[in-house]
Design a protein around this ligand. Structure first.
Ligand code: FES
Length: 112
């Protein structure tokens, strides 16, 4: 008799939280698959950014948000939350992740 294997899910999207639990303009830290990630709800958009500053690795979740810019608490580097770009030098980028909203739930994709 042939052994039946359980079906493996290939869905790259990872459920993170409910949209209603993400207040506007308030960075929230999550750890999908152990990866530190900030979710930020601004207007109709939800952005997902790495929590690790590319300068020296400080936690951006402790930074300050000013409009579309989050500032690192360690040395004040400023990143555009919509693109991940360092404001003063756009070639330096914070890692960003794709997000999607579905039925009031927020999902992220770790791969590009
Ligand atoms: S570690 Fe973020 S600015 Fe230095």
């Amino acid at each position: 008799m042939a052994k039946v294997e359980p079906e493996m899910s290939m869905d790259p999207w990872i459920y993170i939280t409910e949209l209603k639990d993400l207040p506007q303009n308030t960075p929230r830290l999550f750890h999908p698959k152990g990866l530190g990630m900030i979710l930020l709800h601004r207007g109709d958009d939800v952005y997902a950014l790495s929590n690790r500053c590319p300068h020296m690795g400080c936690a951006l979740a402790s930074g300050t948000l000013e409009g579309d810019v989050i500032r690192c608490p360690c040395h004040d580097w400023a990143f555009d939350v919509r693109t991940g770009e360092l404001v003063m030098s756009k070639e330096v980028k914070l890692r960003m992740f794709h997000t999607k909203k579905e039925d009031g739930k927020i999902f992220v994709r770790l791969e590009d």
